[in-house]
Design a protein around this ligand. Structure first.
Ligand code: SF4
Length: 197
C-alpha cells in the first residue's frame, strides 16, 4: 500500500527563534495536525489546516530557499510518517531538525537535531534521544513536575526553560530557576521579540 501523503500546513523561510539554535536561518516545514490540544498552543491554526503534498513537492518547495537547514515542526510532526522525507532530505545534504512534543517514540534516526517539548505526556525514549528538551514555564507550572526533566541535562542534551508567551513574570521565574539549577538554559521566543515568523 502506498504511504499516505504528508499534510503540510505551511513552508516558510525564517530564523530559528527558540532553543539552543536561536538565530540560525532555516526553512520551516510545518506539518498539520496535533492531537494534544494544549490551551497555550500558539500554532492552533496548524491543528487541522493542511494540504497533502508528495515528498518531491515538499523538497522542491524547500529548495527554493538559499539555506539547507530544515526544521520539521507542527502541529506534531510525529503524528505523520515524516521519516522517509527526513531520509531524503539528509541524502540531499540538508541538516534536518525536528521539534516534537515527544509523546510517541518515533524513528528519528535521520534527524540531526531533535528538540522535545514535553506536554501532557512524553515518551522516555524521546527524552533520551533529544538534543534539547524545552520546557514551557508559566505561573501555573507545577515546578516539582518539571524537575523530573532536569537529570536529562548533559553534554548531549540541553534542558531549556522557556517563559510562556515571553511574559516578564514568567521570564523572572525562569531566571530564578536557572540560577538555582545552573545546568539549565533560558530559551526566549526571540522571533516574537524580533517581530519575525
Ligand atoms: S503539543 Fe505543541 S502543537 Fe500540539 S497542541 Fe500542544 S503546543 Fe500545540
Amino acid at each position: 500500500m502506498p504511504r499516505p501523503l504528508l499534510k503540510v500546513n505551511e513552508i516558510f523561510y525564517s530564523l530559528q527563534g527558540e532553543g539552543p539554535n536561536t538565530g540560525m536561518a532555516a526553512v520551516f516545514l510545518r506539518l498539520a495536525g496535533c492531537s494534544m490540544n494544549c490551551p497555550f498552543c500558539d500554532t492552533k491554526y496548524a491543528a487541522a489546516q493542511g494540504q497533502e503534498m508528495t515528498d518531491g513537492d515538499i523538497v522542491s518547495a524547500l529548495e527554493q530557499y538559499p539555506c539547507r537547514n530544515v526544521i520539521i515542526t507542527g502541529g506534531e510532526p510525529t503524528e505523520q510518517d515524516f521519516a522517509p522525507l527526513a531520509r531524503t532530505l539528509k541524502q540531499r545534504g540538508w541538516t534536518v531538525h525536528m521539534e516534537s512534543n515527544g509523546a510517541q517514540d518515533a524513528d528519528v534516526s535521520d534527524i540531526d537535531f531533535l528538540v522535545v517539548s514535553p506536554k501532557k505526556h512524553v515518551h522516555e525514549n524521546m527524552l533520551k534521544k533529544a538534543h534539547a528538551i524545552k520546557i514551557v514555564v508559566g505561573q501555573e507550572t507545577d515546578l516539582t513536575e518539571i524537575e523530573k526533566y532536569f537529570p536529562y541535562a548533559n553534554a548531549h542534551t540541553a534542558v531549556c526553560l522557556q517563559p510562556e508567551s515571553n511574559k516578564q513574570e514568567n521570564i523572572d521565574l525562569c531566571v530564578k530557576l536557572i540560577k538555582q539549577h545552573p545546568f539549565l538554559r533560558l530559551s526566549l521566543q526571540t522571533h516574537k521579540l524580533a517581530n519575525i515568523r
